[in-house]
Ligand binder design. Sequence first.
Ligand code: GLN
Length: 493
Amino acid sequence: MEFYKLSALEIAEGVKNGKWTASEVLSAHLERIKKYDGNINSVVTLSEESAQREAEEIDRMSADGRAQRPLAGVPFLVKDNFCTEGIRTTCCSKMLSDWIPDYDATAVRRMKAAGAVLMGKTNMDEFAMGSTTESSIFGPTLNPRDFDRVPGGSSGGSAAAVAAGFCPIALGSDTGGSVRQPSAFCGVQGMKPSYGQISRYGIVAYASSLDQVGPITRNIGDMAAAMEVLAGPDSNDTTCDAYERPSFSEASLAGIEGKKIAVLTGYDTDSMDRPLIEAIEKSADYCRSAGAEIIEAQLPITMKHAVACYYMVALGDASSKLACYDGMRYGHHAEGRNLAEMYKKSRNQGFGKEVRKRILIGTCILTRGYYENYYVPATKVRQMIADEYAELFKKVDALICPISPALPYKKGLVEEDPVRIYLGDAFSSIANLAGLPSISLNVGFTEKGLPANVQLMGPRFGDAGLLALARSIENKAGCPSIAEIEKKGECRI
Ligand code: GLN
């Protein structure tokens, strides 16, 4: 049985009705990781023993009929900025390289309670700052569909692992696109839910007002199932709203007949990679044939200011959030002759180049004078962007637009042209600024086998409707394939 080809729901179904065991499914996935991850470096810590224990527990429960959990026996991986009890959580930084938390993030706890089996941790840009997964202390992750390209970032390890068939569900965090852009680069489905949908408790913060947990899967059925498990109020995160969540799985089957869907226009399409424009046109056609009405919409304020606004807010937040890593309260400790020298050495040694750069800029933005001229205006522009979307969603049910202006970047571009990479967040960061749900959906591949994803956005807490839209398009476009990493390159393990 080629377990790695199954969806999460198929795996759980088989475990529940006794067709196979969670232990069998787990060992097949572990074997695949060990055999092929040497090619792409997506997993930084494998927790084989605890995973085996968890799988055996599920199997014991199945024997007496208690395993009727939605994700029974589904192996999953999480980004290395999710706290995992007894498993190191490094943020792929020297700063936290030996930290072992004694509790699970709420998202991890909920997955385990639903019967899913945690296999380990995935690679990421240091402290989730980046778009290429090249700044990790564990070395870069490669794109499983083309080893000369990056998998996107910062949750590049999670997206690459799902694309490679290492697990059907992986979790990432998304502050400005970090679940959805790597999903686009690896050709899988990724979702950033509405702000407040899933608890952030136990996720190492980058920028708390933008961060959200998001699932990465190979199809929308699994995505809806994961959302149903992950979403819910949490007394440990007061920004996680206490409203009654719908059944995302059921709602995702609703179809889109009679819905009004906008396609974004009025941005610079000439600087975009052509197949990504075609992917949007194709998605609009699919919607029409599923009975939806398509109109065009423009968002001038958003298009002009989103990236600048995102980097002001994110870096300001990051500078204050990361202040706790001072070598005393948290993180890597270096000796110094006095307190100031100890702080300086600990932070200089513990943080990598990009993180230091962002903390410096963020601290500058929050300094008196700059604060009034940069940070405060950015928070006002952020509200204007949210208002622009609120107006749009009075008229339409959803919006289709690009998720990334470019196909997967070649390795090393971040050194050559960092500004191009920052500008690449123009479309993805909007959903974080406005707190909206957004899905990065694969609708096909280019002739060279590179994935073409589009972004679907909906109103705040319209996550269920967005899943229905994604499913309707996926029904026409087909689910993305598993990357053929076994055929390409030398197997290094
Ligand atoms: N690429 C964006 C950044 O570098 C987004 C990162 C994220 O979502 N964590 O900030």
